[in-house]
Design a protein around this ligand. Structure first.
Ligand SMILES: [Zn+2]
Length: 470
């Protein structure tokens, strides 16, 4: 057999280290006898753990990419020149080579009247653009300015000093800047690269897409390599019969239940029936008790499908556990919110609901299928933050929200190890499984003990190394 990649000295938590031979996107062989031949591409795991790649079961790719590519450069997030420099340098480290840094919300209270020279001292190599809070002015570093001046050498918006040298401040030149910067801003490529560094090999985009063009753009990013992860997409009910562009997987029909004007029971049943006719499961957004009750009643009336999902399930009163189990639906929860918003919940949520927030352990014990997603950019995008929050239930201030819901570390990791189409069924590192893998710098037991994204040394999608952090 000709292998595309052989991972050597992998710790799968067994008695001895193994080799993993990969061909055509699939794991072909796993065992202590698997060795690389001279022509094989080799990735030496050096005794580190190899896990199935992480799948973020609920994310919004476009919004997360937009959030990633804009750096907040003004109050309240940023005050003072030192902080400004820190956030710009942080973006510099994160982005692919050549991509623009786009910062917004600048105000002169941060570091005075910014110009190209100040920005060059912070980030000299890649183009940077910082938008003033007023929206009328961009300040560019020299690398960015050169690109704009190359296409637009004369424009009344170009501010110049007494010697005629451009200061980097450009007034009302958004179109000119966008024309050169827009194409090189990182978008999905940066999002994909950051996720790859953290071991993410797959995404399920839970946006209720109505427009086929939006799906086409994701497919294009997959096809041209900007987006390295496997992607499953949802659509809104109006696009239930949509065709899935090649290179993507079509997931459930996403149904949003608006809290202010809760959809009627009959209307929801009709949406579910329409999805069934199109051969698709549904994923119902439920953050309140009322939404969950409505969703489950409709699924009971129409008949559940084992690929149906409840998104978020922020509040699940235990009396609904039996229904969730009977329907066979998967709860795709977001433990990252326990960390990110837990302190607010402790202060604001009704006491009778507090114990039922983002339940994990008790749901699993009740036989309900549970998986998780980051809900980035609304929740923390780092999947390791999510699994640690599922294991500790710790809020930012160190309070513990629902201690009875804490999963053990291995279970917490399992929230992200499922298949896109069956999120609560774990993949494994075994022959026949997809070659979507995450290689860590530490042995299996240590990796499970610490659940730390800094330990990811390489990420493999369909047998291709998409991130090498070594
Ligand atoms: Zn969401």
């Amino acid at each position: 057999m000709v292998a595309d990649l052989v991972i050597t000295a992998a710790d799968l938590g067994r008695d001895q280290l193994v080799g993993i031979a990969i061909a055509a996107g699939t794991i072909r062989e796993v065992g202590p006898q698997v060795a690389a031949r001279p022509q094989d591409r080799v990735l030496d795991a050096a005794g580190g753990a190899v896990l199935p790649g992480l799948h973020d079961h609920h994310v919004h790719l476009y919004s997360a990419a937009a959030a990633l590519q804009s750096v907040a450069a003004g109050p309240p997030a940023v005050r003072g020149a030192a902080r400004l420099a820190a956030v710009l340098r942080q973006a510099d480290r994160r982005l692919p080579a050549g991509a623009w840094i786009r910062a917004v919300g600048y105000h002169e209270s941060v570091a005075g009247w910014l110009d190209r020279d100040q920005l060059d001292r912070i980030v000299p190599a890649r183009p940077v653009r910082v938008q003033h809070r007023s929206g009328s002015q961009w300040i560019l570093n020299s690398a960015g300015l050169h690109q704009v001046l190359a296409t637009t050498p004369d424009h009344p918006g170009i501010e110049r000093d007494d010697t005629g040298r451009a200061t980097g401040r450009l007034v009302r030149m958004d179109d000119c800047i966008q024309a050169v910067a827009g194409r090189q801003e990182p978008g999905l490529a940066a999002l994909s690269q950051q996720a790859a560094r953290l071991g993410i090999t797959g995404f399920t985009d839970a946006t209720p897409f109505a427009d086929p063009d939006a799906l086409g753009a994701i497919a294009a990013a997959r096809a041209d390599g900007r987006l390295r992860q496997k992607v499953t997409v949802m659509t809104g009910p109006e696009a239930t019969e949509a065709r899935c562009p090649p290179g993507l997987e079509l997931g459930p029909v996403k149904v949003l239940l608006d809290e202010d004007a809760l959809m009627g029971f009959d209307e929801l049943c009709d949406l579910v029936r329409r999805a069934r006719r199109a051969g698709r499961p549904v994923a119902v957004h439920c953050v309140t008790r009322a939404q969950l009750v409505l969703a489950l009643s409709a699924l009971e009336a129409v008949g559940g499908c084992e690929r149906d999902r409840i998104e978020h399930a922020a509040v699940v009163p235990p009396e609904l556990d039996a229904t969730l189990r009977r329907l066979g639906v998967t709860v795709v929860t977001n433990p990252g919110f326990v960390l990110a918003r837990g302190d607010d919940y402790l202060a604001e949520v009704e006491p009778e609901d507090l114990a039922h927030l983002y339940r994990c352990r008790s749901l699993a014990l009740a036989g309900v299928k549970v998986a998780a997603g980051t809900d980035a950019p609304f929740g923390p995008a780092d999947p390791w933050v999510l699994v640690r929050a599922a294991a500790t239930r710790s809020t930012r201030s160190g309070h513990v929200l629902g201690p009875a819901e804490a999963l053990d570390h291995r279970q917490a990791l399992g929230l992200l190890l499922g298949w896109a189409s069956r999120p609560a069924t774990e993949r494994s590192v075994a022959p026949g499984q997809p070659a979507d893998l995450c290689v860590l710098s530490v042995p299996f037991a240590d990796a499970i003990g610490s659940l730390d994204g800094d330990q990811v040394v390489a990420t493999v999608v369909a047998g291709a190394v998409v991130a090498d952090n070594r």
